[in-house]
Design a protein around this ligand. Sequence first.
Ligand SMILES: [Zn+2]
Length: 142
Amino acid sequence: MIKYKLTCKDCKILFDSWFSSSKEFDKLKKKKILNCHNCKSTKIEKTLMAPQLINNFKDGPLKPKNTKSKEIDNKIREYQKFIRNNFNYVGKNFAYEARSIHYENKKSDKGIIGSASNDEIKELREEGIETRVIPWIENKDN
Ligand SMILES: [Zn+2]
């Protein structure tokens, strides 16, 4: 529903009226169904809703920024949930587990995820073991 402030061109009064959409206003005006309750004139016009435009402008620059950072946060958390469900968490044993999969052809239907130092990651890469570093947010709720 849209509230328009309308004005009558003949008697100059102002009044509010509700419409389901801006198209409905145009349709009713075209069919001359809209008329002034004071003088019955059909010369009804919309007035500009200046205060509303000012409010939108004032709230504009702040909201999208907050929404965006929260969106990214939610995306990462969703991603973490997916990883927890689809990978075996091995914690600090990551380098050991990665090697045993690589060298012993240890069968695993799930990938592994865990923590490793930069040196360990470097060593694994030199040995040709593919590792990927992903962004991770520590969940403070847990
Ligand atoms: Zn009028």
